[in-house]
Design a protein around this ligand. Structure first.
Ligand SMILES: [Zn+2]
Ligand SMILES: [Zn+2]
Length: 248
């Protein structure tokens, strides 16, 4: 019975949300439409804007940007398995205030607004995607949290862009310890064999979706698995990006 009630809860929330007047994504101020920021919150929001790495999307600190597609030092040294990654926000205190409640606090109502910001930041990637797939959670985590926040974002992006979503394209077959400060090669080794592809993705351009990108190692492992299964191209779209500590 408990499971039945908790399964119903998100549905009840969605219905309630549609009855309430739209409020700001970051506070309770009224706004014109769902998923918008009020003016003060908009000013506080740290959107990822150029210059950023043309490959992994990390904001680049260089003041003088030539306008040519620049690649960060990390991508230059170890090209990722994905073609391009984009993020809507920098993962600062404000972004955390949106993403942590969404991820751990049952605030699934924040999904729509986050997905809209992502659709704007990743318009090009959504345009060229043939299918959308979320970064998977290990089944044990999924039982704890009851939902995969990446899957909710993928479903919403699918609705916005009118592209199909493959919720079960990937599975996490082994749990990983937090990767913390491991170096790139060690992260790659720790993640090897943790992701399996469960659907036929041969020849497809896949857009991988997640909430936060930290080092990019998880996205890279998912992209590598998809490419090995024959995906033509893999792009990555996330709500927020942690600027790579090695770049600053
Ligand atoms: Zn606000
Ligand atoms: Zn890069």
């Amino acid at each position: 019975m408990k499971n039945f009630v908790s399964a119903l809860k998100p549905v009840g929330k969605v219905v309630l949300d549609s009855l309430l007047p739209p409020s700001c994504l970051g506070c309770d101020a009224p706004v014109a439409a769902d998923g918008q920021f009020c003016l003060p919150c908009f000013r506080r929001a740290n959107f990822v804007s150029a210059p950023f790495c043309g490959s992994c999307g990390v904001p680049l600190p260089f003041a003088a940007f030539s306008g040519v597609a620049e690649i960060c030092g990390v991508c230059e040294a170890t090209p990722p398995a994905f073609a391009a990654a984009r993020a809507a926000l920098r993962y600062d205190a404000m972004a955390k205030g949106l993403i942590l409640p969404f991820k751990y606090g049952d605030r699934t109502d924040l999904c729509r607004g986050l997905a809209r910001l992502m659709a704007r930041a990743g318009a090009q990637l959504l345009e060229r995607a043939e299918v959308i797939a979320p970064v998977p959670l290990h089944v044990r985590r999924l039982r704890q949290r009851r939902y995969n926040q990446a899957a909710l974002l993928a479903a919403e992006l699918s609705r916005i862009a009118g592209k199909p979503v493959m919720q079960d394209a990937l599975a996490r077959v082994r749990e990983t310890m937090p990767l913390g400060r491991l170096a790139a090669a060690a992260r790659r080794a720790a993640l090897a064999g943790t992701i399996s592809v469960r659907r036929d993705v041969a020849g497809l351009a896949v857009l991988l979706v997640d909430d936060v990108m930290t080092s990019g190692a998880t996205a890279d492992a998912c992209a590598a698995a998809l490419r090995a299964a024959g995906a033509r191209r893999v792009d990555v779209l996330v709500a927020a990006r942690v600027p790579d500590p090695r770049l600053t």
